[in-house]
Design a protein around this ligand. Structure first.
Ligand code: XLS
Ligand code: CA
Ligand code: CA
Length: 431
């Protein structure tokens, strides 16, 4: 046991003053006929919760974790137990990992495969006596020095092959563990210097790589959803999977749009100069809203801080999009870490609890606001129900007809937007 003095976190309702309880997240409560736990399928991220030790570009690790042992494989086994215990205590059923998070990397890919097999056996063993499952898996194609100039967009074909071998195995173990999804985040797929980049070559290689991934997924019969995670920058100056719409355009260009959906991260949305809900909206409208990385950034810092989501306005607007999408295919992963100075094991619980509650409250409020917002939007566009509106909407008119129609009419004013009224109503429901 790693979290000895902590009992299972329970739903105690909003009057509770116990920080180790849920005030809004009641897993069994139904909203629109679906249990809260099924709306979310919250997951804990291996890399932030078990592997992050508080290192940053200015300083050494600040956290000593009881699962960090001297032998890397022993540590890997201890982490499996820690993950299962942590999820069970939070009452969550899912976790996520990169290949290198769960098992030590070997000198060759052959050795890495062996280590992965050992740890995956241990995960399977733990799964037998637990409800805890895999939400999604992925391969880390960005930390090792070989990936400094890209993986599927590297100038070196052997690096490309190494990346392919990592993804092959990561897909296989995700499949063996019945993961609901597989994520591709192109951490180093981008450029730092445009003049030194053969953009056409990199783009083609990247597209071929994604094609191979989806072919192999089908070959091994993996039923989960393949997900691309957009991010505009960091670590590279410009990343190819910039945002929802650029990924969707890329997928369409290469005939891959039936093979992939998107994993939208809140912090990446704001790095791209968008809101979280903007990214969710455009993914949703293109039938691409596959999964969510639940976190938040800090606008004053301006980098990928991966903080726990606590802003209920943001979670509410996000859940409005999720409700409209009737949920997501995969789930909500806490791609979030405690701050470097928050060094207690308990802080891991506080972070997750406050993120879970912020989303649960967001879901409740969004559900109440939805009919009000929908009515305001409908009213705003109601003129498109008249003959002129219908012709425009159905693409049944042309410039001549329109100019003829409007020739002698005065068109001076549109009805008020009523943004202030909406904002007032939102606060009425919020507090
Ligand atoms: C980094 C990404 C990463 C992906 C998985 O910014 O968020 O953690 O979610 O590789
Ligand atoms: Ca992420
Ligand atoms: Ca991030």
């Amino acid at each position: 046991m790693f979290f000895k003095n902590i009992d299972k976190i329970k739903y105690e309702g909003e009057k509770s003053q116990n920080p180790l309880s849920y005030r809004y997240y009641d897993p069994e409560e139904e909203i629109k006929g679906k249990k809260m736990k099924d709306w979310f399928k919250f997951s804990v991220a291996y890399w932030h919760t078990l592997n992050n030790k508080g290192m940053d570009p200015f300083g050494s690790p600040t956290m000593n974790r009881p699962w960090d042992l001297s032998d890397p494989l022993d540590s890997a086994y201890a982490k499996v137990d820690a993950m299962f215990e942590f999820c069970e205590k939070l009452g969550l059923e899912y976790f996520t990992f990169h290949d290198v998070d769960i098992a030590p990397e070997g000198e060759t890919i052959r050795e890495s495969y062996k280590n992965l097999d050992k740890v995956v056996d241990k995960i399977k063993e733990n799964m037998k006596s637990s409800k805890v499952k895999l939400l999604w898996g992925t391969a880390n194609l960005f930390s090792h020095p070989r990936y400094a100039q890209g993986a599927a967009t590297s100038p070196n074909p052997e690096v490309y092959a190494y990346a392919a071998a990592q993804v092959k195995k990561a897909l296989e173990i995700t499949n063996e563990l019945n993961g609901l999804g597989y994520v591709l985040w192109g951490g180093r797929e981008g450029y730092d210097n445009l003049l030194l980049t053969n953009s056409e070559l990199e783009e083609k290689n990247f597209a071929n790589f994604l094609k191979m991934v989806s072919d192999y997924k089908n070959k091994i019969g993996f039923n989960g959803v393949l997900l691309i995670e957009p991010k505009p920058k960091e670590p590279t100056k410009h990343q190819y999977d910039y945002d929802s719409l650029s990924v969707i355009a890329f997928l369409k260009k290469y005939g891959l749009d039936n093979d992939y959906k998107l994993n939208i991260e809140a912090n990446h949305a704001t790095l791209a100069g968008h809101t979280f809900s903007h990214e969710l909206r455009y993914a949703r409208l293109n039938n691409k809203l596959g999964s969510i990385d639940a976190n938040r950034g800090d606008l004053l810092l301006g980098w990928d801080t991966d903080q726990f989501p606590t802003n209920v306005y943001e979670t509410t607007f996000a859940m409005y999009e999720v409700l409209k999408n009737n949920g997501v295919d995969v789930g909500f992963n806490f791609d979030a870490k405690v701050r470097r100075a928050s060094t207690d094991l308990l802080d891991l619980f506080y972070g997750h609890i406050s993120g879970i509650d912020a989303f649960a409250l967001g879901l409740r409020i969004a559900n109440k606001l939805m009919p009000i917002i929908d009515e305001m939007v409908e009213k705003r566009y109601e003129k498109f129900n008249n003959d002129l509106g219908k012709e425009i909407l159905n693409g049944e008119t042309n410039l001549e007809k329109l100019s003829e129609y409007i020739m002698d009419k005065k068109v001076e004013k549109v009805e008020s937007l009523k943004q202030e009224l909406l904002e007032l109503i939102i606060n009425m429901h919020m507090f």
